[in-house]
Write a protein that binds this ligand. Structure first.
Ligand SMILES: C[S@@+](CC[C@H](N)C(=O)[O-])C[C@H]1O[C@@H](n2cnc3c(N)ncnc32)[C@H](O)[C@@H]1O
Length: 379
């Protein structure tokens, strides 16, 4: 997939400069409004002068009833200091552009006296209140002691963290027991550091799931149909954008979506649901086909997580080579693999592999793609 390649390239090269657009932030965060009242929000991978996360919370500071907004800027960014000072339309003092800094806002008043409390007041505040902005001692790394101290003060962390550090980033949030709403790629679901959190109900997917997102970036524009496309979508044609598929919001804040049950309407008929050769479970290739009257283990596609309600289902495990041993998936039988190859089946499968596999109702040998193992909860 071209898009996944884009992300893994970003990871390899540590090209983490992908800037989230305001409308994408608004689309997700509108679902969590009541959670922000009286809370301290921390955007810890966010140059306040270019981050739309900072902009969103600064603009909505009073409407959300925030207690405090903190943003820290990392100075390891290859673009920091010279370029993207456009988002917030602020004149950052030169010395701040070159170093890691933080902004802490505890109040947004009608500072400029124009009768309205809005972004202009935030700008006025940043330009006139010396206590609001300060230079950090270190480089603004979210793991640095001073950023961890700020994290401890925070109730909710909201950002798009660097793709290359997603595992560590989440581990830190969990360690400090913070609430969070963050962006990450779809593959993160099956990281060995992430899926156990999903099983333990310490992390789940938000509203935006498997989205194709367009980020602003200092890297080469990859929007396929160039200017015409950019203009038709309302992007600034002088800026670079990167389109990345399969992006999810991840959170540990309860959402109404998570309380919705999947409506199950299919009855279990053994001929329609193949049993795995290597594990005591059935394969259900589409979420809509989950039978309402089957209480054994089922293998379902990863997209199940978009509909997962922990009161309706229990997650047993997920298919990953190292996990499969733990779960008890057995070796693929030699004759199965032979048949699979005879049918023209591809992939790096060998007979010692512990994988889910089955014969479909026509006797074809099938190896499903990356299943999650689930079980209905009894009413
Ligand atoms: C994917 S970008 C997102 C930027 C911003 N949060 C947004 O959504 O527009 C990730 C940001 O994290 C910064 N970053 C990279 N490594 C970091 C680290 N160790 N600590 C804090 N920020 C880091 C990068 O410079 C980059 O600006």
């Amino acid at each position: 997939m071209a898009g996944n390649k884009t992300l893994s390239n970003a990871k390899d090269a540590k090209n983490d400069e992908f800037y989230t657009q305001l409308e994408d932030i608004e689309k997700e965060l509108k679902h969590y409004r009541e959670h922000f009242n009286g809370k301290t929000v921390f955007c810890n991978c966010d140059d306040p002068y270019e981050s739309n996360f900072f902009k969103y919370f600064a603009m909505n500071f009073n409407a959300l009833g925030l207690k405090k907004l903190i943003a820290t800027c990392y100075n390891g960014s290859p673009v920091q200091g010279n370029e993207l000072l456009l988002q917030f339309d602020l004149d950052a003092p030169d010395e701040l552009r070159k170093v890691a800094h933080k902004i802490e806002i505890s109040e947004v008043k009608d500072a400029n006296g124009d009768g309205a409390v809005d972004l202009k007041d935030v700008r006025y505040l940043l330009q006139n209140d010396k206590n609001v902005i300060s230079i950090l001692k270190g480089n603004g790394d979210f793991r640095s002691p001073e950023c961890v101290e700020l994290l401890k003060q925070a109730d909710i962390v909201v950002t798009n963290p660097p793709f290359s550090l997603f595992r560590e980033y989440v581990a830190q949030l969990v360690k400090y027991e913070k609430q969070f709403i963050i962006l990450g790629n779809m593959n993160a679901i099956t990281y060995k550091e992430i899926f156990p959190l999903i099983i333990k109900n310490q992390l789940w997917t938000g509203y935006g799931f498997n989205m194709s997102m367009v980020y602003k970036t200092p890297y080469k524009n990859n929007l396929e149909a160039n200017k015409k496309y950019v203009l038709s979508k309302g992007y600034n044609p002088d800026e670079n954008y990167i389109k990345v598929p399969a992006v999810n919001w991840y959170t540990n804040i309860n959402t109404s979506k998570r309380a919705e049950e999947i409506i199950l309407y299919k009855s279990y008929i053994s001929e329609e649901y193949p049993k795995y050769e290597t594990f005591d479970a059935i394969d259900v290739s589409s979420i809509t086909d989950i039978p309402y009257d089957y209480y054994g283990i089922m293998g379902v596609p990863k997209t199940f997580l978009d509909k997962y309600n922990p009161d309706q289902f229990e997650i047993i495990g997920y298919e990953r080579e190292d996990e499969n041993i733990k779960i008890g998936i057995k070796n693929m039988p030699e004759d199965f693999l032979k048949k699979y190859r005879e049918q023209g089946g591809r992939g790096h499968y060998t007979k010692g592999m512990k994988m889910l596999c089955f014969y479909d109702k026509d006797g074809n040998a099938k190896i499903p793609f990356s299943r999650i193992l689930i079980k209905r909860k009894k009413l």
